[in-house]
Design a protein around this ligand. Structure first.
Ligand code: UDX
Ligand code: ADP
Length: 473
């Protein structure tokens, strides 16, 4: 018998749940999609009249929300009723790295997943397919199953029954809508063919059949961790080569181009930058490290841990070289930071390299003027653990939110590009140079500005992986 899904509930209205459910609602007008969250402020933001106030900035998202919200897409805090009425429930809650107890600093904290499973166990009323969407350690499905199946057997009168599937999300922030609409693949792991087919039928509304892969549940969970670990490993690899380029006179962009033409290597994900950020890479690798240690695979855990260590070293390497270039001290010097998000086209700052680099510079006594087109000053204060200082009272180790870049350039000793926002590649450096204190510096950690744009500017340029030369214009 075909199990027809008429109503979906997604627990967690975050960076994964929000965009994913919006696209499902858009592509499946016959399915009612309810996104629920315990965070009222977040739900209010999803329901805000002004689409500029959605809690997540993602190109193309507001257009979809505007088409679907109130039609078959709803955001609410009513977990009970929405879980009760759902045929399929997606769990898309946060799974950050544990900060204390067993596995602290490595294993994911599953308390929100466990709480969601308990909510499903309590409120669901029928046969329900539960889909893990959050990135999770391998064998999490087992935890969810145990919680659900314990009520299943106890409450035959309610006719509660469950199937658990793993359906990891591979979207990258900034390109989430495109990734969801045209995925490289959709991965569905499970044991019940009926449940897997029900989820497959949803995706078939817009994804070609040959892109929908079925695996067992553990392979699906591990494949997600592995994909992120491989991607992160590429970034650490190219960043390690950037450091060699700076020491030897090679150009990392040329090296990337040269190796990227090898079909076996491929050209994507070879841009050297300030180090990888985002909520997934570090967390997922640390999960692999924990898993390997748990199974006594010491060498495997050391191998993967080195990817994270290199990333951390690389971030601090950048702040150190900024200090060294500015005559060994930045105390009381004004530095303009361009970009705080972990990559362009998102307002997400989780694990952004900008956090460590700015903290280092503030510790050294710099006065930072921070600009980002989508991140607000409250978020920056939270990430730095330091409140913004009023512009009239700025002193060593303080920072100010430069809503407009020009305030940041005035009398600055250095400009540091940390996020590859398009507008930063269009800056007129000749004009900026006139405003800066001399000798003025530009540190381009994303390699987005052209030599041409600096001609006649009287600035010194350091570019990531840019050979041994510091260029004077
Ligand atoms: C990643 C995975 O790509 C995605 O499949 C998964 O679902 C979630 O994790 P995300 O973290 O949103 O997505 O962004 P991604 O584009 O992968 O970038 C991660 C980090 O690597 C960013 O800080 C980015 O700036 C950096 N990066 C990426 C580079 O430094 N160089 C590159 O060439 C690519
Ligand atoms: P991700 O990037 O994985 O989507 P986010 O932190 O952006 O992570 O979103 C996760 C969301 O899940 C948050 O908005 C959080 O409030 C919500 N959440 C966590 N636990 C629960 C729960 N038990 N019930 C409902 N929502 C939850």
């Amino acid at each position: 018998m075909k199990f027809k899904i008429k109503s979906i509930c997604c627990i967690g209205a975050g960076y994964v749940g929000g965009p994913t459910m919006s696209v499902i609602a858009d592509r499946c007008p016959d399915i009612k999609v309810n996104v629920v969250d315990i965070n009222l402020e977040r739900i209010n933001a999803w329901n805000s009249k002004n689409l500029e106030d959605l809690p997540i900035y993602e190109p193309g998202l507001k257009e979809i929300v505007s088409r679907c919200r109130g039609r078959n897409l709803y955001f609410s805090t009513d977990l009970e009723n929405n879980i009760k009425n759902a045929d399929m429930i997606f769990i898309s809650v946060n799974t950050p790295t544990k900060t204390k107890g067993v596995g602290a600093g490595m294993a994911s904290d599953l308390k929100w997943v466990e709480a969601s499973a308990r909510q499903v166990a309590t409120y669901s009323s029928n046969h329900t397919i539960v889909v893990e969407k959050s990135t999770l350690p391998v064998r999490t499905a087992e935890v969810i199953k145990k919680i659900l199946f314990s009520v299943e057997s106890n409450s035959k009168a309610d006719r509660k029954s469950f199937e658990v599937l793993s359906n990891p999300e591979f979207l990258a922030e900034g390109t989430a809508i495109n990734d969801l609409e045209k995925p490289d693949r959709v991965l569905i792991g499970g044991e019940s063919k009926e449940a897997m087919d029900a989820l497959t039928r949803i995706y078939l509304n817009w994804v070609p059949k040959n892109k929908i892969l079925h695996t067992n549940i553990w392979s699906s969970e591990l494949a997600k961790l592995t994909a992120n670990a491989f991607l992160a490993q590429r970034i650490s690899s190219i960043n390690s080569i950037a450091a060699i380029c700076e020491a030897t006179g090679a150009e990392v962009k040329e090296v990337s181009r040269a190796i990227g033409t090898d079909n076996r290597i491929g050209s994507k994900f070879l841009n050297s930058g300030p180090g990888f950020g985002g909520s997934c890479f570090k967390k997922d690798i640390l999960n692999l490290v924990y898993l390997s240690k748990y199974f006594g695979l010491e060498e495997v855990s050391v191998f993967w841990e080195s990817v994270v260590k290199l990333n951390n070293w690389h971030q601090h390497r950048i702040s150190k070289l900024i200090v060294t270039s500015l005559f060994g001290t930045v105390t009381g010097k004004k530095i303009c930071i361009l970009g705080f998000a972990f990559k362009a086209d998102t307002n997400d700052t989780r694990e952004s390299s900008a956090i460590n680099i700015c903290k280092d510079l503030l510790d050294e006594g710099a006065i930072l003027f921070i600009n980002d087109p989508k991140v607000n000053s409250d978020q920056i204060a939270k990430d730095l653990g330091l409140l913004e200082t009023d512009i009239l009272n700025l002193d060593e180790g303080n920072w100010y939110f430069a809503e407009n870049m020009d305030i940041g350039f005035d009398n600055a000793d250095a400009v540091v590009i940390l996020t590859e926002w398009d507008e930063y590649s269009k800056i007129n450096w000749k004009e900026v140079s006139k405003k800066m204190r001399k000798p003025g510096w530009v540190f381009d950690s994303r390699s987005i500005i052209s030599d041409k744009s600096l001609n006649g500017s009287e600035l010194n340029l350091w570019r990531i992986g840019g050979g041994s030369k510091i260029k004077n214009y």
